[in-house]
Each structure stands twice: as C-alpha cells, then as structure tokens.
Design a protein around this ligand. Structure first.
Ligand code: FAD
Ligand code: UDP
Length: 411
C-alpha cells in the first residue's frame, strides 16, 4: 500500500519507531483495534535502542549502550510479552588515575580509594548520619558540615563528577539540573550494580528483535526511510510570516496556534502521535531547543574482553566520557570484541547530528512550552517520547508514558 493511501485509511499515524512509537502503535492496534500507520525516517525500527551485528559479528547498540531497568511491574509485564530478558546486572567502574572504583561511588569505592583507617572513619561518619542503603546526591552530600564528610564529598565530586559532567554537558554539576547528577548517587551499600531496580537485563536476541515482535500486528503498517516532513505539515495561523517560516526564532507565540495537520496539503482528521523533536517539526520557528549529542568511536580487538565490566567511566582523564564493551551486556560468547568510546558535544546541526540529550533548565523548558502551546487546540495531536516531551527519560519511563497515553485515548 502506498504511504499516502495508508495514512488516509489509518485511524492513527505514529511518527517514530522507538519505544514511544512502538508501544503506542501496538496499544492502539491491539487494544483499540485501530489501523495504525507508523512512519520512521531511519531505515530501521527501535529508535535509539536499536542494536545490530557489526562486521565482526559482535552485537552492538548503534546509538550508545542501553540497559533496561525498571521498578514498574506494568512495564515489565508488558515488555516480557515480546521478549525475555537476560539477567545482566550492569556494573560500571570509574577509571581514576588508572585505578578502578565502582560507580555509583559506594562503600566498596571508599575501601578502594583510601587506607583502612581513613576508609573506616569515612564509612562511620556516613553511616552515623544515614541508614545503610541510602542514596545521596553528590550535591546534597556536599552540603554536610562534618569535616570528614566534607573531605569525602570533595573527593567524590572531584574524582567522579566534575570532569565527567563537564565533558557530558559542558557545565559543572552545580550548573545543570540537580536531578541529572542525582541519577548516579553516592550509595551507602556494598552493592556494586549501577541500578538497584527490581527488574533489569537486556532482551535475549536483542532490542531489534523485541521491536519486531512489538510491531508484528496486522493493524500496523511500518514505513521505513520516510521523514514525517515529506508527508505532513502543521498549519499555523495567526502568524505574520505564514506556515512554517521558522528560522528567526522570534515569531509571536501569543498570536499563533496550530489549526490543522496537513497530509499532502489536505487537513488530516485522524489521531497523530509524534515522537520526534518538536522544534524540528515546527521548523525551529521559535529557535532551536538545546540538546547534547554524541559521537561514537568504535574499536575492535581480537580478544574476548578488554575491560573488566560493561562500562568504564573516565572521570578524571580522556576526552570521551565512557567506554562500553557490548559483549559483557549481551552475554555474546565470541573471540573478538567491540567497544565504543562516547564523545559528547553540543547539538548544532540537525542535518548531520542526533539530538540525544535534552538539556533541562528553566529557559529551555520555557522555550519548549512555547512550542507546546501552539497545539492547545489540537486534541488529536499528541506528543510522546524523550524528544517530543523534551525530558531526560529512560526507556521504561517512555513505555510507561505510552501505556498511560493509550489508557487515556482508549478510555
Ligand atoms: P527515540 O528512541 O529517539 O525514537 C524516536 C524515533 O523517531 C527515532 O527512531 C527517530 O528516527 C524517529 N523520528 C524523529 N523524527 C522523525 C521524523 N520527522 N520522521 C520520522 N521519524 C522520526 N534508557 C534506559 O532505560 N537505559 C539506558 O541504558 C539508556 N542508555 C541510553 C544511552 C544513550 C547514549 C542515550 C542517548 C539514551 C539512553 N537511554 C537509556 C534513553 C533511551 O534511549 C530513551 O529513553 C528511549 O530511546 C526513548 O524512546 P523514544 O521513542 O522516545 O525516542
Ligand atoms: N555522572 C558523573 N560521573 C559518572 C557518572 C555520571 O559525573 O561517573 C553524572 C553526569 O553528569 C551524567 C549524570 O551523572 O550526565 C547521569 O549519568 P547517567 O549514567 O545516568 O547518564 P546516561 O547513561 O543517561 O548518559
């Protein structure tokens, strides 16, 4: 079926085949018995969770390491309909001047960083104040007046957070949203795992196979290699500069609103769920939303493993933030190995770069809200996903949001 006739006969158009798009497409198709046209600009499904075999036969994650973890029974029950998960428990080591210490920085990290007596004093000071198992954000720990805790928090800040955060965000931990560094707490435990969630692992057979299963439904048609911009546009009224002029970033948001979704120039009456970047859809009419992007440099070795765990963070040296060795995670038993170094940088060119990380601050949020406001009178147009909602969401959070949106739409 041609894409145009498919859209016109569909009850819903979903743009983007990541976790947001795949989950909502499946829900509408299955629970809502709706015909769904799914449009994806890449040549594959899976969004940023997509994995593939490289030329050496190693299963790699094409857009950076993705470890599934969740405390949500609903999300886990949902995803395990489409794949089983291995029991991989993610561990991360920080390379601090050549020594490896567990991250999140925990009670074992203290033992590895200090002599026996100092380590015992630090642990006693911490456990005198907080119960065993507590997770403390580094910025909160730095507020403590106790001289011992001050010394310890300065050490952790300098050796784990400051340089890594500067590389990742181009800003210090104090300058970014505190929730970002708090994702990786100081952990008063001897548990060396990166996540303590109830469920974690990787889909057996890979993410791409998980997505194939999710989208394998008679009511869903997937169109790969198609950019939404080729098919539809947003009709904005009240603008002096007309539909989708964009670029200048100074259009008058107060006066503007989206009036219709046009497919081939004609208003489209079905449901549209958009999971891409909102500023791009509106041709940057209120300016570009800030994002960080990544460059991946792959290295191949004729060895089984070249590092002790799945990910090593470089917290005091190197230009890359971390190196991930995929076979640790996938459990693939193979005599060669592939690792990826991650180099963060500012997102400046949508034609060549991918917007990986929204940058959460109040100015950016206000800019995003101007875009959202345009759709106030368009109840059949829904924004869903890490890009469309401009929020630093993990995979499970996106699946949860998609399930909630389906509840709302199908109620
Ligand atoms: P995406 O996966 O980005 O999917 C959006 C899709 O929409 C893409 O395929 C895109 O091509 C398509 N699209 C966009 N615009 C258009 C258009 N105009 N036309 C057609 N198609 C379009 N989460 C975890 O839980 N665990 C992790 O370990 C983890 N690691 C991560 C590591 C990195 C480096 C990154 C960047 C993210 C990581 N995440 C992780 C987060 C995870 O990637 C996201 O939560 C999840 O992929 C979001 O799904 P999504 O569908 O919203 O977006
Ligand atoms: N972080 C850090 N040092 C580390 C690990 C994390 O400074 O060794 C900070 C950094 O600011 C990072 C944030 O904590 O951006 C969140 O880390 P996470 O591993 O959750 O990031 P992601 O996997 O999403 O890139």
């Amino acid at each position: 079926m041609s894409i145009h006739s498919d859209i016109y006969s569909a009850d819903a158009v979903v743009i983007g085949a990541g976790f947001a798009g795949a989950t909502i497409a499946r829900e509408l198709a299955e629970r809502g018995n709706m015909q769904v046209a799914l449009i994806e600009r890449r040549e594959h499904i899976g969004g940023n969770a997509y994995d593939m075999y490289d030329e050496h036969g190693v299963l790699i994650h094409a857009y950076g390491p993705h470890i599934y973890h969740t405390n949500s029974d609903r999300v886990h029950e949902y995803l395990t309909r489409f794949a089983s998960f291995n029991d991989y428990q993610h561990e991360v080591l920080a390379n601090v001047h050549g020594s490896f210490i567990p991250v999140p920085f925990n009670l074992n990290s203290i033992d590895l960083s200090f002599s026996g007596e100092r380590a015992a004093a630090f642990k006693q000071a911490l456990l005198g104040l907080y119960p065993h198992g507590t997770r403390i954000g580094i910025l909160d720990l730095k507020q403590q007046d106790d001289p011992l805790l001050k010394e310890l928090s300065d050490y952790v800040y300098e050796n784990v957070f400051l340089f890594y955060t500067m590389k990742q965000w181009g800003q210090t931990p104090e300058e970014i949203d505190p929730a970002v560094s708090a994702r990786v707490p100081v952990l008063l435990d001897t548990d060396n795992r990166y996540f303590q969630d109830k469920y974690q692992g990787l889909p057996v057979g890979g993410y791409a196979a998980l997505f194939e299963a999710m989208l394998d439904h008679p009511n869903i048609t997937v169109h790969l290699g198609v950019d939404a911009a080729e098919i539809l546009s947003i009709q904005v009224v009240g603008a002096a500069d007309g539909v989708g002029a964009g670029g200048a970033g100074d259009a008058d948001a107060e006066a503007e609103r989206a009036e219709a979704i046009l497919v081939d120039g004609k208003p489209y009456d079905g449901l549209v769920i958009y999971t891409g970047a909102l500023d791009e859809l509106l041709e940057w009419r209120y300016g570009m939303l800030p994002y960080r992007t990544l460059e991946f440099v792959y290295r191949r070795y004729n060895e089984k493993h070249v590092q002790p765990v799945g990910t090593v963070n470089y917290t005091v040296s190197e230009d890359f933030t971390r190196i991930t060795e995929y076979s640790h995670m996938t459990g693939q038993d193979i005599d060669v190995t592939t690792v990826a170094e991650e180099y963060p940088l500012a997102f400046t060119d949508p034609s060549t770069q991918t917007p990986y990380y929204p940058i959460s601050d109040s100015a950016n949020q206000a800019q995003y809200e101007r875009y959202v406001l345009l759709f106030a009178e368009m109840p059949k147009f829904k924004l869903l996903g890490r890009l469309a909602e401009y929020r630093y969401y993990n995979m499970d959070q996106i699946v949860a949001r998609a399930l909630e949106l389906a509840d709302e739409l199908l109620s």
